[in-house]
Design a protein around this ligand. Structure first.
Ligand SMILES: NC(=O)N[C@@H](CC(=O)O)C(=O)O
Ligand SMILES: [Zn+2]
Length: 424
């Protein structure tokens, strides 16, 4: 007994112009064809709907263990499924930090028990994310970690980062970096520049991000490690990544929808949902992010889903924690602002949200083909909704996109042959 997704339009790498059926048996895609017999199977009518390989988000914060009031693996993976994501990689800034094999295994067990998506732990580079002692990289890999990051903070010491890259290279682990030189970012709460000056708020200059990316590009060249730059926000950083790619270095980058769509001059200083790190930057930076995303310098979309409680986000702009949720609105925002506007095709967007992350990080999924795992997202590209955080399955409601209209919403998500979200 399996599923037949009937009369859908397949998008992504193996896009088909005609409406087809997809047979799922067990946890695999068994067959793609016309008029597949659905006797004995559950029928999912996909007439007027699109079937995409499940989206993959390489940057989310699920907050477990330690900050369950903000999010849990259960609530965060439910939000992922509602956003059409079948795989999410979760960052190690938990409490305690994901800096040893036991915590990696705990996350995997929790996801197996309570998860609505595949959850891939990213482990810390340094013990307690304190930037000093390196974690046991082979043990973390053995336990199931897919990458290394001190996300939430940058690794301040170059010698530590170099050693981590040497070991990571040996064990084929990507370094997924939050680039921030703390001597330059200081106590800022938004981008340094005209908008911050007008609001009288302390700024974070983009050189705080660029300096560390430059350092790590040098180290990636020396060590040969795969360097993936998180949540790129600034033109200066993009120029560095372009330089690295031009030299043929194993450097990749991600961009979050908020850095593609919002700028610092729009910030409402009375609403800390606008506070995020790296901060929203200038129009010039945003345009550079868009150009780099379109030309592939920034390879993939990652949400940096960062849930916080209402109480925390009610604090003044200078005190509230950094972060925005993103899982449940990433696809509709990207579809509305990039595909509907003609900047990129639907297949290109699916490539950046599913196929390419799978390729870059050697993950399963990302394509619809017989024999592949049944990680699928069914989309209603005609549906238009107003973004309403109250309807989020995530515990986090913190988004500056509240009230915006967006088109193109996931209606059904299947992970490993199991329906994990169904809004029909
Ligand atoms: N992006 C953020 O603003 N916040 C993230 C940390 C991070 O991704 O740097 C968080 O954990 O809340
Ligand atoms: Zn970060």
């Amino acid at each position: 007994m399996g599923y037949v997704l009937k009369h859908g339009t397949i998008i992504g790498e193996n896009t088909r112009l005609e409406q087809v059926d997809v047979l799922v048996e067990g946890n695999r895609i068994k067959q793609i064809g016309i008029d597949i017999d659905s006797t004995g199977h559950t029928l999912i009518d996909c007439t007027n709907l699109f079937i995409s390989p499940g989206f993959i988000d390489m940057h989310v914060h699920l907050r477990e263990p330690g900050f369950e009031y903000k999010e849990t693996i259960e609530s965060g993976s439910k939000a992922a499924a509602a956003g059409g994501f079948t795989t999410v990689a979760c960052m190690p800034n938990t409490r305690p930090a994901t800096d040893n094999a036991d915590i990696v295994r705990f996350i995997i067990e929790q996801a197996n028990k309570h998860g609505y998506a595949r959850v891939l732990p990213i482990a810390a580079i340094t013990a307690g994310q304190k930037g000093e002692e390196l974690t046991d990289i082979p043990a973390l890999k053995e336990a199931g970690a897919v990458g290394l990051s001190d996300d939430g903070r940058g690794v301040q010491r170059a010698d530590r980062m170099k050693r981590a890259m040497e070991i990571a290279k040996q064990y084929d682990m990507p370094l997924i970096i939050h680039a921030e030189d703390e001597t330059l970012s200081g106590k800022g709460c938004m981008n340094a520049g005209e908008a911050a000056e007008r609001l009288g708020l302390p700024g974070i200059p983009d050189d705080a991000e660029a300096v560390m990316v430059a350092r790590d590009i040098v180290l990636a060249e020396v060590t040969g490690a795969h360097l993936h730059v998180c949540h790129v926000s600034a033109k200066s950083v993009i120029e560095l990544i372009r330089y690295a790619k031009g030299r043929g270095l194993p450097v990749t980058g991600e961009v979050a929808p908020h850095h593609l769509l919002l700028t610092d001059d729009q910030i409402d200083p009375d609403n800390s949902d606008w506070k995020v790190n790296p901060p929203l930057r200038t129009k010039r930076d945003r345009e550079a992010c868009i150009e780099a995303f379109l030309d592939g310098t920034l390879d993939i979309v990652a949400t940096d889903h960062a849930p916080h409680s209402v109480e925390e986000k009610q604090k003044p702009f200078t005190e509230a924690p950094f972060g925005m949720v993103g899982l449940e609105i990433a696809f509709p925002l990207m579809y509305t602002h990039f595909v509907k506007t003609g900047r990129m095709t639907l297949n290109e967007l699916v490539d950046r949200m599913a196929t390419r992350p799978a390729k870059l990080f050697k993950l399963q999924g990302g394509r619809i083909q017989p024999g592949e795992p049944a990680d699928l997202t069914v989309l209603d590209l005609h549906a238009t909704k107003v973004i309403d955080p109250a309807s989020f399955l995530s515990k986090g409601k913190n988004t500056p996109f509240a009230g915006q209209k967006a088109q193109g919403w996931p209606v059904l998500t299947m992970v490993d042959g199991v329906v994990s979200f169904d809004a029909r």
